[in-house]
Design a protein around this ligand. Structure first.
Ligand code: ATP
Ligand code: MG
Length: 427
């Protein structure tokens, strides 16, 4: 007997089995389709990047960079990090590869794993998957609205549009925010010792984040704080009202949430989240906004941009609540072979049938043994028909088709007629 200890997965990193993987694939496929239809081009980007990309791109004072990065020194001492989000990497790629030229509007989508060293809990993992869409080169409000509209369309195709609500806000230009930041710090300073611990830490680094603190006593203090709204420029107000107008015209309900600021440094003007009340406190399934300064911040030319990212595991969890998945490994045709020495013939036939009817699932018996056992398994598989290969049939270049779910007689057909006859069982 071995006394080896079993090895466990890393905390906060999940194994998704067949049912959930199937759901996740459906969610991904719908996203890819909806956005590809609107000309969002596909990208695949590295999971590892230089740490500096995130400290500059996401912001040093954000939770993500301050506490959650998985970083290590490579053998040449270069500091690398697993990506905690996708936007910074896409912007890097955009600049590096010239994926954007002045005067153009370009749209991109991405999909893949992200890593954050958070405290794991339901809906909050250390490895999770994001789908994201980003538009570069345009500052018109129609772009913000398009991103919201398409994300809504995606949820609608998943049947989730009744379960989610759009929260939206404007946080103005960087300069407006700087002035507001100063005013907020000045207001909060006298209350410093009464703030919760996180908010105390954020007071000097990221005071706007205090606004969405969940701590009651902190919210109390905030009641008389200066409001960001009072610091907005005419231009920002105009932009926001046009975004909202577009949403009204396309029929998307929204809730203006003046405390919504988002956790990343790079946003300006529009910020939004899609939120559900059916997943407890991890109810934000998607978040995004405008980030006109990021491309320049990372060394590119001035390039206004807007985008969002959605957490697929949370959307999957929401789907499980609203329309639970079923085990769906379905077999349509079961291939039985009388003798092990005909195995190659069975594999060849299976493959011919799969090519003939690409949407049909064909399972080839792999335990072989008695015909009785094979028929039992064929029956259990749920297959509609069995294809039986025996010595005699093989010699006669033919195969038996046996219906398993109805009273029709089995028939012996020539392999050369398979193309014509087999599809008739599936019309
Ligand atoms: P939260 O407020 O829930 O921490 P966030 O503001 O950190 O979210 P973003 O960085 O905007 O989230 O990421 C966009 C989306 O990615 C989130 O709305 C969520 O659906 C998903 N997401 C973020 N962090 C995690 C995580 N640790 N586990 C699972 N999904 C996540
Ligand atoms: Mg977070």
């Amino acid at each position: 007997m071995g006394n080896h200890q079993t090895i466990q997965s890393v905390r906060g990193m999940n194994d998704w089995g067949p049912v959930q993987s199937q759901q996740l694939q459906l969610i991904e496929q719908q996203a890819i389709n909806v956005f590809a239809q609107a000309n969002y081009l596909k990208t695949r980007l590295p999971i590892l990047e230089q740490t500096e990309l995130f400290s500059r791109g996401v912001g040093n004072a954000t939770d993500i960079v301050e506490k959650e990065l998985y970083s290590f020194a490579d053998r040449n001492e270069q500091l690398l990090s697993l990506r905690p989000e996708g936007t910074a990497g896409l912007v890097r790629a955009l600049i590096q590869n010239g994926w954007w030229q002045q005067g153009q509007v370009v749209r991109y989508q991405y999909l893949g794993p992200m890593f954050r060293r958070e405290r794991p809990q339901k809906g909050r993992y250390r490895q999770f998957t994001q789908f994201g869409a980003e538009v570069f080169g345009g500052s018109q409000p129609i772009i913000d609205s398009e991103l919201i509209q398409l994300s809504y369309e995606w949820f609608k195709r998943l049947g989730l549009n009744k379960n989610i609500k759009l929260h939206i806000n404007t946080i103005g230009k960087l300069e407006d925010r700087k002035r507001y930041r100063a005013a907020l710090i000045e207001y909060l300073q006298p209350f410093e010792s009464q703030l919760d611990e996180d908010s105390q830490r954020r007071l000097q680094t990221n005071p706007l984040r205090i606004l969405d603190s969940k701590i009651e006593s902190t919210q109390q203090i905030l009641q008389n704080a200066p409001k960001l709204k009072e610091f907005l420029s005419q231009e920002s107000e105009e932009h926001f009202s046009q975004v909202l107008q577009c949403l009204e015209t396309v029929g998307i309900e929204y809730h203006i949430d003046s405390h919504l600021v988002r956790g990343l440094d790079y946003y300006n003007d529009t910020v939004f989240e899609w939120v559900t009340d059916q997943l407890g406190s991890q109810g934000t399934v998607c978040g995004g906004g405008r980030y006109d300064g990021l491309v320049e911040e990372l060394g590119g030319r001035t390039c206004p941009a807007c985008g969002f990212a959605a957490g697929l595991e949370r959307i999957e969890a929401l789907l499980e609540v609203t329309s639970p998945a079923e085990e769906s490994s379905q077999t349509d045709i079961y291939v039985i072979c009388q003798h092990a020495k005909l195995s190659g013939v069975a594999l060849k036939l299976s493959s011919q049938v799969r090519n003939l009817m690409p949407d049909i699932q064909v399972l080839c018996d792999s335990q072989l043994g008695s015909m009785k056992g094979q028929f039992k398994r064929a029956d259990k598989s749920g297959a509609k028909i069995a294809l039986i290969i025996g010595e005699e049939e093989y010699n006669a270049e033919s195969v038996v088709i046996k219906p398993l779910r109805d009273e029709r007689q089995q028939q012996l057909i020539l392999l050369s007629n398979l193309n014509k006859i087999l599809p008739t069982y599936f019309t």
